[in-house]
Design a protein around this ligand. Structure first.
Ligand SMILES: [Fe+2]
Length: 445
């Protein structure tokens, strides 16, 4: 297989194509495991999930069983969930609080810092045997960014800060915004479901503005109907569109920012009481005061949907803030995990509104997710027409700035994917090089 021909771009013609074998080939799926998932920084979990010493979460990351745990010393660590003795998992529940993790096979016991503290019948080992040599293992690189914990299984990984790069600037807008309300916390419960489609379709879909009016027609008309019943003005979709952009970031990250007049933190919703409307106005004022007019307005008045390459969506939207992660289980099947975040000190009514909209839109039984699942599975079925080889990801290549229904964020993803699949650390470029078509559009202005 010639890997170099899986993504073909021609800036002069404004064309960007992805070979569909990328979606169905077992061979490519195996390469992705080795060259992408074993080399990228991967999200494990959030500080707020393990607030107290001894709190732990079990996670599977790139097929490795892991435990995210807060030690007695308050520090968060990530361990391989395998007993150094013979391999059984030391954490047998998905979450909990434990002073010690005890392997149920032979009873070796570890404290929350991963140190081996007890071995039944230790006299059976030689005098050279030292507990210090048998601590729980840790992935080669573990780091966090503002409460988000990541691992990297590659020895020669870039630093997490370098890897995230400019994505940090976008993340900071959301992370700083919640500081005026006590910071974000992940709320109880998460969603987990499978989609019979290639994982890269979810990377695309999570930042796809183009499919909104078609796939999510039901949701959009539901919202319009609710506005109408409340006697509120229709959302000015044209104004939203004009205030929205897609963007690309080095290392395969990218997304869209949506100027959203309906965003709870920014503007009154017709479903709220006067009190809630006033509260949102006050929060907006606090943001402007604390972060300045420009940055404060950017925080308050926009939604941000971004993918952190390769498999994390960071979605701070008018319908809630969530992390969504997806894992390949073969070329035609993926597992999705979703967690909701809320500001700790949010007013109850706004909190309820946020959760209701989130469930209504992106919950697995909401208006949006089942429609997305149908679309993605339909693509995967379409790929079985093997003789039809190419998908098109060229939308907006000829224009600047990129509109929110353009695809520069997906091209950033695909360029990084293509580079890594061929064994490179990063793509030669992540955004669209200036094209003659773009120059032409400039001249017409
Ligand atoms: Fe969608």
């Amino acid at each position: 297989m010639d890997l170099s021909k899986l993504v073909v771009e021609d800036a002069a013609r404004g064309s960007f194509r992805v070979h569909r074998s990328a979606m169905i080939s077992e061979e490519i799926c195996a390469l992705e495991r080795e060259r992408i998932f074993d080399r990228c920084w991967l999200y494990v979990g959030h500080d707020s999930e393990i607030p107290k010493p001894g709190d732990f979460r079990r996670r599977t990351v790139a097929e490795r069983p892991l435990v995210l745990i807060r030690g007695r010393d308050g520090r968060v660590r990530v361990f391989y969930n395998t007993c150094p003795h013979r391999g059984a998992m030391v954490a047998r529940q998905d979450k909990g609080n434990a002073d010690t993790l005890t392997c149920f096979y032979h009873g070796w016991s570890f404290n929350s810092q991963g140190e081996l503290i007890a071995v039944p019948e230790q006299a059976g080992y030689s005098t050279q045997f030292s507990k210090a040599d048998h601590a729980l293992g840790t992935p080669p690189h573990v780091d966090s960014y503002r409460g988000m914990h990541f691992v990297n299984f590659s020895i020669d990984a870039p630093s997490l800060a370098d890897w995230l790069g400019e994505a940090k600037t976008i993340m900071d807008l959301s992370l700083d915004a919640a500081d005026v309300l006590g910071g974000w916390e992940i709320i109880r419960g998460s969603a987990k479901y499978d989609i019979r489609a290639n994982w890269k379709l979810m990377a695309e879909n999570s930042v796809d503005g183009y499919h909104l009016p078609t796939v999510h027609q039901t949701y959009l008309s539901y919202i319009a109907q609710r506005h109408k019943m409340a006697g509120a003005a229709r959302i000015n979709t044209n104004a939203v569109y004009k205030a929205s952009r897609s963007f690309a970031i080095a290392n395969g990250h990218g997304g869209i920012t949506v100027g959203m007049p309906g965003r709870p933190i920014a503007s009154p919703s017709p479903f709220w009481t006067e009190e809630a409307i006033a509260e949102v106005g006050r929060i907006r004022e606090r943001l402007l005061e604390r972060f300045g007019a420009e940055r404060g307005a950017e925080m308050a008045d926009n939604s941000r949907l971004m993918i952190i390459f390769p498999n994390l969506a960071f979605q701070d939207t008018h319908s809630g803030f969530r992390f969504r992660q997806w894992w390949p289980k073969g070329p035609g099947l993926m597992e999705i995990n979703q967690w909701e975040l809320v500001p700790r000190e949010e007013n109850e009514e706004i909190h309820a509104y946020r959760q209701e909209l989130s469930l209504a839109f992106l919950g697995p039984g909401g208006f949006a997710t089942p429609d997305d699942v149908e679309a993605l599975e339909s693509c995967q079925t379409g790929f079985k027409a093997r003789e039809f080889e190419w998908s098109d990801v060229s939308r907006g290549m000829h224009r600047q700035p990129q509109q929110s229904d353009d695809e520069i964020q997906m091209r950033s993803f695909w360029r990084q994917w293509h580079a890594m699949l061929q064994g490179h650390a990063r793509a030669a470029h992540f955004d669209d090089p200036a094209t003659p078509v773009a120059a032409l559009a400039e001249e017409r202005k």
